[in-house]
Design a protein around this ligand. Sequence first.
Ligand SMILES: [Cu+2]
Length: 74
Amino acid sequence: MTTAVKTITLAVTSMSCDKCVETVKRALEKVPGVTSAEVDLTNKRAVVTVNSDAVTTASLVLAVKATGYNAIAV
Ligand SMILES: [Cu+2]
């Protein structure tokens, strides 16, 4: 089994507190193939580590949008 590890960085807008960060982080980590997500409130960035090429930036953006926040690829 091969494991492709890569990171995808997103800009996440409209987060205002640690609870937002937690919500976005949990949503991202629920996406199949995501091994971890680090969400930074100050820089409004999410760095997502994935172990599958099946995980796309678009699918991560959708996962964030489903929580009510907005994300764009950077
Ligand atoms: Cu908040």
